[in-house]
Design a protein around this ligand. Structure first.
Ligand code: SF4
Length: 464
């Protein structure tokens, strides 16, 4: 008896169930393998076609082929002309995007490129996905599902509303009690949930449970935010501040080399200000629904340029000194408390989990203004640790000095110019980034359109 161990292309295949049975009935049976390596044979018209294509591929790769196969290829080119041409076209396919013409670029974006930093970041994630999303404006069908963006927007709205209540009712964050905070937050959540865009949160039992969890996360996050403000000599300058023609700040205008301009609009979650001597120090805070840190490699690659750009723009427009960019994670903190821990100790551990990430100015006076309770050890508020003598522990902190801030801002400025020039030149390469085992394709909805496949010649990642 014999059976195939592999198919025509060499992929292994499983033998029939009968083989298994026979081996069981006759345990002494001997099984031998007679695997032959793949060679190409000219047999009949149908079976030889696939081999002829593989041989053609070798020819394209510069390998020598025999006269016999040259004759076979000529034969198919003659008698199976259409089929042969179609398959050859497939072999030569490289899945590369073409440049968009200047005329069409102008139709899509107008004379002045009006964009946002997150769009520029998207371009660096993958130029082709940027083109599909913002050039051709292709949208996914909307589905009833709780997406991260929905929960993120929900939490942002509640926080924004909380600060508005504090301001309108002239409440003092330094003396407000936990019970008062809870009451205000619960009331806001109820109101926000009644907005029609959040109907999904009350649509099914599953979403109701998720909503309950979300309420807990928002309340804990706001408690932490109040804690960070109480323990700081920075005050909140504003929430959801816009860079736009009608916003608090003017749009960011960047001049490109060829005389073209780009106009950047956007919104900052929070801006804080602290005064020392005759100088005003500004820091930007971004609320995130997951834990995020500032990664210098991603900043330089143009994947994380938002906060630095905003910090630079505000500093220049208002003549402030830049002092930090921070991410505050709106997260579900679970802490496994040890026996005999007091409530205050548990609270303290939870605060550590919330500690903001990012980078701050390497100036001990500014650091102490950002965390007034910090004497030594690790701060619960900013990514800084102080040594026993009160000096900054550089190895355990994320700090940069004034000059490094300025260098970083110059680098980001250069990256923005590069990206904008590429967009306006019509470059829409299918080139997703690859960094730290993550790629732009991981959650991309455009996979069925771009057909990116790193195994196809010419389809490559942009490695960071
Ligand atoms: S799937 Fe990958 S290559 Fe294709 S558009 Fe999305 S990010 Fe770009």
């Amino acid at each position: 008896m014999s059976y195939c161990s592999s198919d025509k292309e060499g992929k292994s295949i499983r033998p029939s169930i009968l083989i298994k049975k026979i081996k069981r009935y006759f345990p002494m049976i001997k099984e031998e393998s007679d695997i032959i390596s793949k060679e190409y044979y000219v047999t009949n018209k149908i079976a030889t076609f696939d081999d002829a294509i593989l041989i053609y591929r070798k020819l394209l790769d510069g390998e020598e082929i025999s006269d016999e196969w040259k004759t076979v290829l000529n034969y198919y080119n003659l008698v199976e002309k259409d089929k042969f041409k179609r398959v050859i076209k497939g072999i030569k396919y490289s899945n590369k995007s073409e440049k968009i013409s200047e005329k069409n670029i102008e139709k899509m974006y107008g004379k002045r490129l009006k964009t946002s930093i997150s769009r520029l970041e998207q371009y660096r994630r993958c130029p082709f996905s940027f083109h599909l999303k913002y050039g051709l404006k292709l949208k996914e069908k909307s589905e009833l599902k709780m997406q991260t963006i929905d929960t993120g927007t929900f939490m942002h709205e509640v926080i924004d509303e909380f600060f508005e209540v504090i301001e309108n009712e002239k409440l003092e964050l330094s003396i407000i009690t936990d019970e008062e905070i809870q009451k205000i937050v619960e009331q806001i959540i109820e109101e926000v949930l009644h907005m029609s865009k959040y109907y999904v949160f009350s649509s099914t039992a599953k979403f109701k449970i998720l909503t309950r969890r979300l309420k807990k996360v928002v309340l804990e996050s706001i408690n932490y935010i109040v804690y960070t403000i109480r323990n700081s000599r920075f005050s909140v300058l504003g929430h959801e501040l816009e860079f736009s023609n009608n916003g608090k700040y003017k749009p960011i205008i960047i001049d490109l080399q060829d005389g073209k301009k780009i106009e950047i609009t956007g919104k900052i979650d929070r801006v804080d200000l602290g005064t020392l001597g005759d100088k005003n120090y500004v820091r930007i805070i971004d609320y995130k629904s997951s834990i995020k840190n500032l990664d210098m490699k991603q900043v330089e690659a143009g994947l994380q340029i938002q906060l630095i750009t905003y910090l630079d723009a505000i500093s220049k427009q208002e003549n402030f000194e830049p002092s930090g960019v921070l991410y505050l994670g709106l997260i579900d903190t679970i802490y496994k408390a040890k026996k005999n821990m007091t409530d205050d100790e548990i609270k303290n551990e939870i605060r550590k989990k919330f500690r903001m990430k990012g980078v701050v100015l390497a100036d001990i006076n500014i650091i102490k203004m950002m965390d007034t309770s910090l004497e030594n050890g690790v701060s619960n508020i900013i990514p800084v640790a102080l040594k026993k003598d009160g000096e900054i522990s550089v190895s355990k902190s994320n700090v940069i000095d004034k000059e490094e801030f300025s260098n970083l801002q110059n680098k980001v400025d250069k990256v923005i110019k590069e990206i904008s020039a590429e967009i306006l030149a019509g470059k829409i390469d299918i080139k997703p980034f690859y960094y730290d085992k993550k790629t732009a394709c991981d959650y991309c909805v455009y996979k069925p359109i771009c057909m990116f496949n790193p195994n196809i010649k010419g389809n490559e990642y942009s490695f960071i």
